[in-house]
Design a protein around this ligand. Structure first.
Ligand SMILES: Cc1ncc(COP(=O)(O)O)c(C=O)c1O
Length: 303
């Protein structure tokens, strides 16, 4: 079912699926909108946390511990916004095994970064035995085809859920924009070369930024395997100061870097990880080199 962007697809799903008080387990760090949409739909977000040490990937064991009688669904993105981490087929199988112990729990697999995956092996949990009927796969054109403004996203879901979403969407927007869907069709049915070139360009930038970040004392990062983000731990700077300005947390650090270096980052607090910041490398190599140079200079002033 096609909607006005993947964000709209996810909103439709939670609006249709959740009753007040239903719980949704979110693999954290997570894309900001998940928790807000769940709350808008009357649900309760339950976070399970991945750490830098395990590439920000919460485990199937954590999922099992977090599930209760109220659990209705589980959601993750892979490749992940904000961490760039990718679940392997083995990791997804372990998640599927936990979900399949229950008869009434769905997985919402947000695969919008599918085409920006440097591992060369994108795995979809909906393709695993027993999971097709349990999975709502989310995808869209904003990332892999750089068509963010066209607003086309979609789900592949069990028919009951797709039909409920269609009813819901029919009242809110009538449907996705026709001309945008035509453009999306041309993108997905046409030559995939441009998307592959884009993925290769992102990999080159990933390696460029990785080298530059590792050159900044105090920054700790893992190696993202997809999407176009770094999610470094910046807690080494907390409590430091310059000219009486104290960097209390990631919010304060982002504001400092914005004001002093004109470089915009997003605080990890927004994604459930307050020791981190998110850096997007969807920018030119020249801009990235300049941005990292400025960041390094202003961070060096903190003592
Ligand atoms: C993980 C994830 N899911 C969904 C979306 C929404 O994409 P769309 O532009 O299709 O609404 C984004 C956009 O940032 C995202 O990062």
């Amino acid at each position: 079912m096609v909607s006005t962007g993947a964000k709209h697809s996810i909103a439709n799903v939670f609006m249709c699926m959740l009753n007040v008080g239903d719980e949704v387990v979110i693999f954290s760090p997570y894309w900001v909108s998940y928790a807000e949409i769940i709350k808008l739909a009357g649900g309760v977000p339950v976070l399970i946390e991945g750490t830098l040490e395990n590439n920000f990937k919460a485990t199937a064991e954590q999922l099992e511990e977090a599930m209760t009688d109220r659990t209705k669904a589980v959601i993750y993105s892979s490749p992940c916004n904000p961490t760039g981490s990718v679940f392997s087929a083995e990791e997804l199988q372990a998640i599927a095994d936990v979900v399949l112990k229950r008869e009434d729990v769905f997985v919402i697999a947000d695969e919008i970064y599918e085409l920006i995956n440097f591992t060369g092996a994108h795995a979809s949990i909906g393709a695993f035995p027993g999971m097709f009927e349990r999975t709502i796969t989310v995808n869209g054109f904003s990332k892999g085809y750089a068509m963010t403004g066209w607003r086309v996203g979609y789900i592949c879901a069990p028919l009951t859920i797709a039909k409920a979403c269609e009813k819901m969407q029919g009242q809110f927007t009538s449907g996705g924009t026709g001309i945008a869907q035509r453009a999306a069709l041309a993108a997905i049915a046409g030559d995939q070369g441009p998307s592959q070139e884009m993925e290769a360009a992102y990999l080159k930038r990933r390696d460029l930024v990785l080298g530059l970040l590792r050159d900044i004392p105090g920054i700790k990062t893992h190696v993202p395997e997809g999407a176009f983000y770094f999610f470094p731990d910046v807690s080494a700077f907390f409590g430091k100061q310059v000219e009486g300005r104290v960097i209390a947390d990631a919010d304060a650090l982002c504001l400092y870097i914005l004001e002093e270096a004109n470089v915009s980052l997003v605080t990890g607090a927004a994604f459930g990880a307050p020791n981190c910041v998110r850096l997007s490398y969807a920018a030119s190599e020249e801009e990235l080199i300049e941005a990292l140079k400025r960041m390094k200079a202003v961070l060096a002033k903190l003592a």
